[in-house]
Design a protein around this ligand. Structure first.
Ligand code: GAR
Length: 204
């Protein structure tokens, strides 16, 4: 397989993007990040990209607040294609992506979600897990389909919920696992030794 050409979409701190940069730098992932786009103008993920010399830009997603659609979606596809991206990595991108982007990168849009899907899709999943009384929480990396947090699963990692956990402490331990899970999932894609059969991703 050829070296992955990644386009990263984010909204926040960009620690997951950092874990991908670090895995590439350590020679553990055969990929380059070609472009980083953020829907928040002062998102830290853009600072991180600049620090690493990765091309990046703010993507104005108005008039929508929770989805990527319309002119912004067209612009996003244009920018990603223009940068030569072949795999789109959602790294804390807090918007629903729609079918046009998915059609532009078939089976090549990947998301990380801070829960053991299908439990707790949506936002603040670690708080949902804590409030529900779960003994185990975790992280899921999955292919994106037209639903919300619903595509075929590539990698999952478990995190034990401790008696004295707060939402913050649990999310912090989930993030440690995220930073292992995302490079691991992208390594599977880079090696190309997987196939998607219905909901199941068969590896090897
Ligand atoms: C991560 O915990 C990620 O799983 C979550 O946002 C955080 C982004 O952190 N994503 C979602 O909740 C998507 N539904 P980061 O900006 O430091 O990578």
């Amino acid at each position: 397989m050829s070296r992955l050409k990644l386009g990263v979409l984010g909204s926040g701190a960009g620690s997951n993007m950092q874990s991908i940069v670090d895995a590439i730098d350590r020679g553990e992932l055969d990929a380059d990040i070609k472009l980083v786009l953020a829907d928040v103008p002062d998102a830290k993920i853009l600072d991180r990209a600049r620090r690493h010399g990765i091309p990046c830009a703010y993507l104005d997603c108005a008039p929508f607040r929770t989805k990527l659609e319309g002119p912004a979606e067209d612009r996003c596809i244009e920018l990603l294609k223009g940068a030569g991206v072949d795999t789109v990595v959602l790294a804390g991108f807090m918007r629903i992506v729609k079918t046009k982007l998915l059609a532009a990168f078939p089976e090549r849009v990947i998301n990380i979600h801070p829960a053991l899907l299908p439990a707790f899709p949506g936002v603040h999943s670690w708080t949902q897990a804590l409030d529900y009384g779960c003994k185990v929480a975790g992280v899921t990396v999955h292919f994106v389909d037209a639903g919300t947090d619903s595509g075929p699963i590539l990698v999952q990692k478990c995190v034990k919920v401790e008696e004295n956990d707060t939402p913050e402490s649990l999310h912090a331990r989930i993030q440690v696992q995220e930073h292992i899970a995302y490079p691991e999932a992208l390594r599977i894609i880079a090696r190309g030794n997987y196939r998607i059969e219905g909901r199941r991703v068969k590896i090897g």
